[in-house]
Each structure stands twice: as C-alpha cells, then as structure tokens.
Design a protein around this ligand. Structure first.
Ligand SMILES: [Zn+2]
Length: 297
C-alpha cells in the first residue's frame, strides 16, 4: 500500500509531501539494533531523505543526506532514490541520553553542533552538493533551513518518530510543505495556523489508515480554495540494494596495492555493508581474480 501523498492546492500556493514511515523506521531499527534515541534520530533522517528522493525528477537519481555533529551520535546518513527506496545508518546505534524536559528524545543532543550536507547525483557530470550549519540538530528544522539557504525554497518540515512501550516504533512520518512562488497571503496564513495547531505528527498516525486521511486531519478543514488535492501517491520503503557484484567493484576500486596487501596479510576479505550489515566473504582465489581485474589482465 502507498504510504505517501504528494498534493497541491487549487490556487498553486503550496505543494505538500506527506508520508507515514512507521514500517521503514522499524526495519531500520531491526537491522541496526538502535536505542530509542538512535531510532528517532535515524528515523527522522531516513524519512526526510525519503521525501526528498521523491522530489528528484528522474527515478534513477539518488540523494544522500548526511548529518554530522559533535554529539555522541556522531553521524547519521541516509540515501534515497527517486523510486522511494531508502537506506541509512547512524554511527553510534547505542547512543543514549536523558529525555528532554518536555519528555521527548533528545535528538538535538545526540547530534550536537555540526553540518547537514545534501549530495544529489542527478546523472550529470558533477554531483550537486549543498551544506549548511545545523540549527538545532533536531533534523526537521535543519532541513527547512537547508531548503531555504541552499535551494531558495521556503518550506515547513515536520519529522517524527514515536517509540511505543514495547520499544518498537509506534509511529513515524514526515511532512514537507513547500511554499510556491506567488503563493496567496491568505492561504499561507491559514496554513500557518493549521501547522501551529498540528502538535506532533506522530500523535495522529496511530489513528489514521492512509496518508490521505492524515492529510485530511491536518489540512482538511482549510477553506475550500486552499484545501490540498492529491496529485500522486507514492511509497517510501527500506531497500539496500547491495550485492556481491557491487562489493567486487568496490574491492577492485581500492587498487592493486591494497588488494595485494589484503591477500598477503588476511588471505581474503570480508566486507560488511554499512547500510544493511550484510556480510560478503571473498576468499584468496576470488581476491586473486579481482586483483587480475584491477591490473586489467
Ligand atoms: Zn546492504
């Protein structure tokens, strides 16, 4: 079932991307065995990257969001493509901090001060790279800042992950609302009011059955000319896509000298995919074949 809607208002004042990613974030948690705090931090970045992937014009283009800070979580990275496929990791999946005064997980504390970098591979000669200083490390606010500064696109961003009493992901989702050029003032005022009253996205998610229903809960009571209409339904999901073939290419790319050293000292190699933790074994025979390829023999 599709978990994402892309919608616009009839007057063309805004475009809305809205997704429910509870299953994807649970999958990331299962793979990386993250603490609640790490699940929230990684889940927010995965959800944001997933929505940004859907903004890519070409389905084969890819995008990476890297959040790097001086906090104990160190680094969170997520990669997404135009088909809604997302993967990612957090450098320290065991990170834990006390809850904030408002009872929420301290994602900003786990991230600390640092930068947010977006790299887009649009199949052009050079990848696009945009980098900003983190505002709060809470991710949604940082992404809004990125859109404004790097893409000159005023946007409102909400990202949330709620952990249930059984320590599983109870709700996760995200919203990116882009203000379009020539937006009507009255529409923006009405939107601002609804977003201020929204509270947390994850409060609504356990009570809805589709992303369109979530959209209705948030913006369904706008005056009719400003109400969103669904343009497209999409699906954001976890997908790694690593394979033995890709790992072979990666090994060949490290070059003859390093390959020779691996054969001499270790008699082979084991590569662990940093996204899905899948393990790939290469014995001496296989390594020697790769070495021949690296030498173009
Ligand atoms: Zn993998």
């Amino acid at each position: 079932m599709n978990n994402t809607v892309i919608a616009v208002d009839p007057g063309g004042s805004y475009r809305l991307y809205l997704t429910v990613t509870t299953e994807m974030v649970q999958e990331a948690k299962n793979i990386h065995k993250t603490t609640n705090l790490a699940t929230a931090a990684l889940g927010r970045v995965l959800t944001g990257a997933g929505l940004m992937g859907l903004m890519l014009k070409d389905e084969d283009s890819t995008l990476t969001v890297q959040v790097k800070g001086d906090g104990p979580g160190v680094e969170i990275l997520a990669s997404a493509d135009g088909r809604g496929r997302v993967k990612g990791y957090i450098a320290d999946p065991d990170v834990e901090l006390p809850l904030k005064a408002d009872g929420k997980l301290d994602v900003g504390g786990a991230v600390g001060k640092g930068t947010l970098t977006v790299i887009k591979d649009l199949k052009l000669k050079e990848p696009y790279l945009g980098r900003i200083d983190l505002v709060s490390g809470e991710i949604a606010e940082d992404l809004a800042h990125y859109f404004l500064l790097s893409e000159q696109q005023p946007s409102s961003v909400a990202l949330g992950v709620r952990i249930g009493p059984d320590l599983n992901v109870q709700a996760a989702g995200g919203m990116i609302l882009q203000i379009l050029p020539g937006a009507q003032e009255a529409c923006l005022d009405a939107l601002e009011e609804r977003i201020a009253a929204l509270g947390s996205l994850t409060e609504h998610i356990p009570r809805i059955h589709s992303p369109a229903e979530l959209m209705d809960r948030i913006l369904g009571d706008l005056p009719p000319p400003y109400r969103p209409r669904v343009l497209e339904e999409r699906n954001i999901r976890w997908h790694c896509g690593c394979s033995e073939e890709r790992m072979e290419k990666a090994l060949i790319s490290i070059g003859e000298k390093d390959l020779e050293q691996l054969i001499r000292e270790d008699g082979g190699a084991e590569i662990v995919c940093q996204f899905c933790l899948g393990k790939y074994q290469f014995d001496r025979k296989k390594m020697e074949a790769l070495l021949r390829e690296a030498r173009h023999e």
